[in-house]
Design a protein around this ligand. Structure first.
Ligand code: ADP
Ligand code: ZN
Ligand code: ZN
Length: 737
């Protein structure tokens, strides 16, 4: 008797388990791991992925259903990537079906086909003709001869040979050629080695750049942290490393934060390389995404540039992975499958046995720590190119001083001077809207959000009160709803107010505001960047969007209006993020010949972090923070996980976390090696109508912590309450813990 074979299939479902199915009826050969199948699931038919086959099932065979269709002849996800995805599901405690789905474009997730391309070949009749049969119609003869040499040609290849649609039609009408569709096959981006890979000559490297490039071993795994300030030439090192990889017929994967995916970045890659580049980001249509994904998977793209999710894009022959701005928190997905694309990239490079480059002017404490542990190689690139000098820092003590809606007199004077000299100024304030609070002067009423523990922000451009946490919007009241007074005051300032203040102070100057409200669409941002790059004098006022990625060669003065909020935040990463942000902003000032000034307004100028940062030493600043983290046994010296629960009624969410803590204590009692903190209310307890709580786990040993998390997620799945209370496990959380 032959043994029955069962397939374990991952389907997109919140359940952390696989589902057993019988083979498709009448199908003999064993299905390879990684192919998509259609399976009955409840009352629906869904797309799943075969994860393994086994000869025994916990379910009686007569209760099991059969796979209803096989969608792929070969696995879509290469074995190494598949392994990385299995690891990620375990590491981040997320259901495998959802993790695998995140590696596929939506169209494939829904069971769609790989992109098809249109091809032409000779018909039987056409094959019988002599090469000069169409002498009188030279262009038709040319196509005939082409197809006699090549068995089949894609429509694009025929176009490229300069043959018109009319010619194709004529041969088709004579039944000499026929058309068919086929999946584009992976030929490699330079299958015949004919491409002249470089579109321009590489720059000759500085000694530091040369040393960094020289350190990289190309045929084995190593992680390299390329640490150099903005303008030091990190990107040039990436470009030359990529050239090396391409020359060996391998592909490069470059991950960047969404905000850095600018036309300038792309233009730089396109100018340097002649090979096809696939772009993967959130602005693509489903079809574009499928095509870019497939170009990466079949090897026709030599370079793949993408944001977070591209960490899981299949590559036919991976050669290097680069994570630029590795400290950027956008690499961590904050909901659902809460992975860190940077950390996944490290694991992936390791399994693929290829080098990983992490680049930043302000490396994360995690990566710096990994360097001290000899897990990463620390490669520093010093100085800036083009002879630009470092910005000068000025701390402006604003205690007791009169501020003009947030601006000190020193800042106003400095802006005036720079404008008069025809320079550009960047004013940085990490708060959108006009004012963060609306308050009644007579009775003290404050406009609060009904759904959140938060004040509503006053907006004047699209007038109204907006909640920045649940996105609810309300009309601006004419009078106080409590006492009918018309004395409603705007407290504090956001970018809209700073824009208005600057315009009032400098009526002749151009003031541009840059935040999520003004640059909602990519076009708006691109238009603005173009205008800024004309180097006409102007004032830019904006949020962190200004600090990231963009190059502003004409900016000579950066004003940081409010550096104090991060000094006293409950978030243990707040200082690190503030230091990174200010260093990044400072890095935008004074490129080209003009030196820059960075002016920081604070009530706490004596704070040691300002001193360290202003000595141009993000490195020393980071070491200072690392010592603090070590002292308080926080990450990266320990490993953290955050268990969140939220519900419309607070009691139940909190109750579930209390039970979870009891369960944890029953498994491993809290100790200095494995600490449980909480449950506590989240920093904003009520948000979007839900009450939110969290329980933090901090473990010295990663393995022990992860074992416990695995047990905890199974425990959650067995709890009745856990079906209505929304719960999640966040491994290596970015948020406050
Ligand atoms: P980063 O990525 O560190 O911000 P880039 O690689 O973008 O730095 O370099 C900053 C500027 O310096 C760019 O205009 C670049 O063309 C130029 N540059 C980089 N390396 C060199 C070099 N070796 N020689 C001359 N110019 C260079
Ligand atoms: Zn009032
Ligand atoms: Zn709200």
């Amino acid at each position: 008797m032959t043994e029955t074979l069962f397939y374990q299939v991952a389907v997109q479902s919140p359940l952390r388990r696989l589902f057993d199915y019988l083979p498709p009826s009448g199908f003999g050969p064993t299905l390879p791991v990684g192919v998509r199948v259609t399976v009955p699931f409840g009352k629906r038919a869904v797309t799943g992925i075969v994860v393994s086959s086994t000869s025994s099932s916990d379910y009686p065979a007569d209760k099991l259903k059969s796979i209803s269709a096989i969608l792929d002849t070969a696995p879509l996800l290469p074995p190494v990537l598949f392994e990385v995805l299995l690891w990620a599901a375990r590491y981040y405690q997320h259901p495998l079906g959802e993790v695998l789905a995140s590696a596929l474009p939506t169209l494939l997730r829904k069971g769609g086909d790989l992109p098809q391309q249109s091809f032409w070949r000779l018909s039987t009749h056409g094959k019988g003709l002599p090469a000069d049969a169409l002498r009188r119609a030279p262009s038709q003869q040319a196509l005939l001869q082409l197809l006699q040499v090549h068995d089949q040609l894609s429509r694009e290849a025929i176009d490229a040979a300069g043959i018109s649609t009319a010619t194709i039609r004529s041969l088709k009408n004579k039944a000499l050629i026929e058309n068919f569709s086929s999946t584009v096959s992976g030929q490699g981006f330079d299958a015949n080695g004919e491409l002249d890979l470089l579109g321009e000559a590489p720059l000759s490297l500085s000694p530091d750049q040369q040393a960094a490039l020289g350190h990289i071993e190309f045929h084995t795994y190593n992680s390299y942290l390329i640490d150099g300030e903005t303008g030091s030439g990190k990107t040039e090192v990436y470009l030359q490393a990529i050239a090396n990889v391409l020359r060996h017929g391998r592909q490069a994967l470059v991950l960047i934060p969404e905000i850095n995916l600018s036309p300038q970045t792309l233009a730089r890659f396109r100018a340097r390389f002649n090979c096809p580049i696939a772009l993967i980001h959130s602005g693509l249509s489903e079809r574009q995404r499928l095509e870019a994904w497939w170009a990466a998977a079949n090897g026709s793209a030599g370079i793949v540039i993408g944001t977070r999710s591209a960490a899981f894009v299949p590559l036919q022959s991976p050669g290097i992975i680069i994570v630029d701005e590795e400290h950027d928190s956008s690499f961590k997905q904050q909901e659902g499958f809460r992975y860190s694309a940077r950390d996944v990239a490290v694991m992936r490079a390791n399994r693929e046995n290829i080098p990983l480059l992490l680049g930043s002017a302000t490396p994360s404490l995690e990566s710096l720590y990994n360097c001290t542990q000899q897990r990463y190689h620390h490669l520093s690139i010093k100085g800036r190119h083009g002879g630009a000098v470092q910005a000068q820092w000025q701390l402006v003590d604003i205690c007791h001083s009169q501020l003009n809606t947030g601006f000190s007199q020193s800042a106003i004077n400095a802006i005036e001077t720079q404008l008069a000299e025809g320079n550009q100024i960047l004013v940085f304030l990490n708060r959108r809207g006009f004012a963060p609070t609306l308050m009644c002067h007579d009775c003290g009423w404050v406009a609060n959000c009904k759904h959140c523990d938060a004040h509503l922000t006053v907006h004047t451009h699209k007038p109204g009160l907006h909640c920045h946490h649940c996105e609810s919007r309300h009309a601006l009241p004419q009078a106080c709803p409590d006492c009918a007074s018309q004395q409603l005051n705007y407290l504090g300032q956001g970018t809209e107010r700073s824009e208005a203040t600057l315009q009032a102070l400098f009526p002749a100057a151009k003031v541009h505001r840059v935040d999520r409200d003004t640059t909602g669409n990519k076009r708006a941002m691109e238009g603005l960047l173009e205008e800024i790059n004309t180097n006409e004098p102007c004032i830019l006022v904006g949020t962190q969007m200004l600090a990231k990625g963009h190059h502003f060669p004409g900016v000579t003065l950066v004003v940081v209006l409010d550096a104090d909020t991060s000094l006293f935040s409950a978030d243990f990463r707040a200082l690190e993020k503030m230091g990174q942000l200010i260093t990044q902003v400072a890095g935008r000032a004074g490129r080209g010949e003009k030196p820059g000034v960075v002016m920081i307004q604070s009530h706490h100028c004596e704070h040691p972090v300002f001193e360290l940062l202003s000595q141009h030493s993000y490195g020393k600043f980071a070491q200072h923070l690392l010592r603090e983290r070590q002292f308080s046994a926080m990450p990266p010296f320990t490993n953290a996980a955050l268990i969140r629960a939220e519900f419309h009624q607070g009691g139940e969410a909190l109750g579930l976390l209390h039970k979870a803590r009891d369960y944890l204590e029953s498994q491993v009692p809290s100790s200095p090696a494995l600490r449980y903190l909480g449950p506590f209310p989240a920093a904003m307890e009520k948000r979007g109508g839900r009450y939110r709580y969290q329980l933090t786990l901090i473990g010295v040993e990663r393995r022990a912590l992860h074992q416990l998390l695995g047990a905890l997620s199974h425990w959650f799945e067995q709890q009745k309450e856990a079906r209505k209370v929304r719960w999640s496990i966040d491994v290596d959380p970015q948020d406050s813990i």
